[in-house]
Design a protein around this ligand. Structure first.
Ligand code: ADE
Length: 226
């Protein structure tokens, strides 16, 4: 699976993809992540990619031409299933969106800055608009890194234990049960006896019950969603 991320701050994305699971996925050839500097596609001598908003108002707007040039170059070289714009007014990312996107081939991700991007880029090129939550960040780079992380770990073969993505919180619509490792007792705090019992059926029943209880307490909305 190939990701092409278009940004004015490519160096912001150096680190998130260079560690752990995302790094391993690229080494194994299961995902390719290419970061493109929007300024390389600027058409003026100052290499600026933004301009004042028509109609006035505060903040700058990212212009059409550099995005169009970069997207069209990429599209002339590869087929893309989705062109995603990271924006706080998009659909909020959740596990089912990540699952769906993990079945795609190639994806372009646009990162906005300043006030946002010219509406016509959204109208003409973008197939999905995704937010990572109801708060405003200074740019789309961190949201793009989060989206790529959520997708790549679901690609078959990326996680060493194939089942571990399936048992994540949210994958069955519930939060995870509490987990423990050694020591069995720390400063008087004990691991629940059931987990030390060796009785797999009882442990599974306990975990199911804990998942339901946690979800009821912390995220009742998950139980009422379809
Ligand atoms: N860009 C700025 N804030 C964002 C958010 N919450 N989600 C996605 N992209 C963004």
């Amino acid at each position: 699976m190939r990701f092409d991320i278009i940004t004015v701050l490519p160096s912001l994305l150096d680190s998130p993809f260079a560690h752990s699971i995302l790094q391993r996925a690229q080494k194994k050839g299961l995902s390719e992540i290419h970061v493109h500097n929007l300024r390389d596609y600027a058409t003026n001598k100052h290499k600026s990619v933004d301009d004042y908003p028509y109609g006035g108002g505060s903040g700058m707007v990212m212009q059409i031409e550099p995005f169009a040039a970069c997207i069209e170059k990429l599209k002339s070289e590869h087929e893309y299933d989705e062109i995603i714009y990271m924006t706080p007014d998009g659909i909020t990312l959740n596990q089912s969106i990540a699952n769906d996107l993990s079945t795609k081939g190639n994806i372009i991700i646009l990162c906005g800055h300043y006030k946002g991007i010219d509406q016509r880029i959204r109208d003409v090129f973008v197939t999905r608009e995704i937010s990572i939550g109801d708060y405003v960040l200074s740019g789309g780079e961190l949201p793009a890194a989060i989206l790529v992380d959520a997708i790549v770990r679901l690609i078959p073969g990326v996680l060493s234990d194939e089942t571990s993505a399936l048992s994540d919180s949210f994958q069955d619509g519930l939060l995870d049960a509490p987990i423990y490792t050694r020591p069995a007792e720390w400063r008087g705090h004990k691991v629940p006896d059931i987990l030390l019992s060796g009785n797999e059926a009882k442990i599974n029943a306990w975990r199911d019950e804990q998942q339901l209880q946690r979800t009821q307490e912390r995220r009742p909305d998950l139980l009422h969603d379809e």
